[in-house]
Design a protein around this ligand. Structure first.
Ligand SMILES: Nc1ncnc2c1ncn2[C@@H]1O[C@H](COP(=O)(O)OP(=O)(O)OP(=O)(O)O)[C@@H](O)[C@H]1O
Ligand SMILES: [Mg+2]
Length: 310
């Protein structure tokens, strides 16, 4: 099961993704992916170093994932939205090809920061493309978790990435800006039937909770207060999940139950993959590669565990 954390800048996406990733290890293997320009997830997880960034491995990743899919002529004609087809390499959560480091039972992957070389020549979307490719070719089952810390605001709509998840947690502070980002996301997500649950953060009072409930309605799943344990962690003190307040534990349990209750819909996943690839091909990729990339969509291909290679 894949879950994205989105929301306004500073709302707590990184903090809550790191707590959720650690918490989910109770039920199964967890991959956490830092897909934000500011790479802070490792720090929030307590990592001392970063694994090799996926953003610098785009060509290798494409080469690996295209396998011997005859619809993909060469690595250069594989773009971030190129969907898997017969012959493509499908990956499991723990595929050792993708570099990760291990902290507290969580495997951390990172897109990498925006480097000097990127300025002016590439945009962050090309790095996040590595995550899109991974998720497009990933066959994950129940009790396996991929947790992605996304860029702030509505930036993730710039690609089809936001449709690659079983569930999206929108982190919202009880402010007009917080619910503003929620509305923007909801309106976009509804059109694509993307399941969304709002997680309140930095709720200081019953009035704060009321504010969110009033503006978010049934989409409000649970919330976190100000956590002294999180603050202590930010101040560099050692941290373990057991240090969290009971209310935060309750919120994490509610989130994990919600994710586990979400039915996996591989058919929808495949439809979105084809739709966004078609858009991408027509918008720029056909022109950039001099090829008709819509032909990469394999109508015979069935998404999901039926096609897993051992
Ligand atoms: N529930 C909480 N209790 C205490 N501090 C919190 C809580 N949630 C977040 N914070 C603090 O708020 C700050 C912003 O949180 P965080 O970095 O997780 O936000 P973000 O949404 O990832 O930000 P960005 O958009 O910059 O990536 C951090 O200093 C974090 O420690
Ligand atoms: Mg962050």
């Amino acid at each position: 099961m894949r879950v994205a954390f989105v929301g306004k800048g500073g709302s707590g996406k990184t903090t809550l993704s790191s707590l959720f990733a650690r918490y989910a290890t109770r039920r199964g293997p967890v991959v956490a992916i830092d897909a934000d320009i500011n790479q802070h997830l490792g720090l929030a997880l307590g990592a001392t170093g970063q694994p090799r960034p996926l953003g610098g491995m785009l060509t290798e990743i494409k080469d690996y994932l295209r396998g011997d899919n005859p619809r993909i002529r060469d690595t250069a004609s594989m773009v971030k939205t190129t969907p898997p087809g017969c012959g493509s390499r499908l990956v499991r959560l723990d595929d050792p090809f993708f570099p990760s480091s291990h902290i507290d039972g969580v495997s951390l992957m990172v897109t990498g920061p925006f480097g000097e070389d990127d300025l002016g020549v590439a945009c962050y979307h090309s790095k996040v493309g590595a995550v899109e490719l991974y998720l497009n070719h990933l066959v994950d089952g129940p009790g396996e978790y991929v947790v992605v810390d996304m860029t702030a605001g509505a930036d993730s709509f710039a690609s089809g990435l936001f449709t690659r998840f079983d569930l999206t947690f929108l982190v919202a502070e009880p402010t007009r800006q917080g619910v503003g980002v929620y509305r923007q996301y909801r309106d976009h997500a509804t059109g694509f039937d993307v399941p969304l649950a709002v997680v309140g953060n930095k709720i200081h009072s019953p009035e704060d909770a009321d504010f969110l409930r009033e503006h978010v309605g049934d989409d409000l799943l649970t919330w976190f207060g100000h956590s002294p344990a999180v603050r202590a962690m930010e101040q560099g003190r050692p941290f373990a999940l057991g240090d969290l307040e009971p209310t935060a534990h309750h919120a994490l349990a509610t989130m994990l139950d919600r994710l586990d209750a979400q039915p996996k819909d591989w058919a929808k996943f495949g439809r979105h993959a084809a739709e966004f690839h078609t858009r991408n091909a027509r918008a720029w990729a056909n022109r950039a590669t001099g090829d008709d990339l819509v032909a990469q969509i394999d109508p015979e291909f069935v998404y999901g565990p039926a096609v897993t290679t051992p």
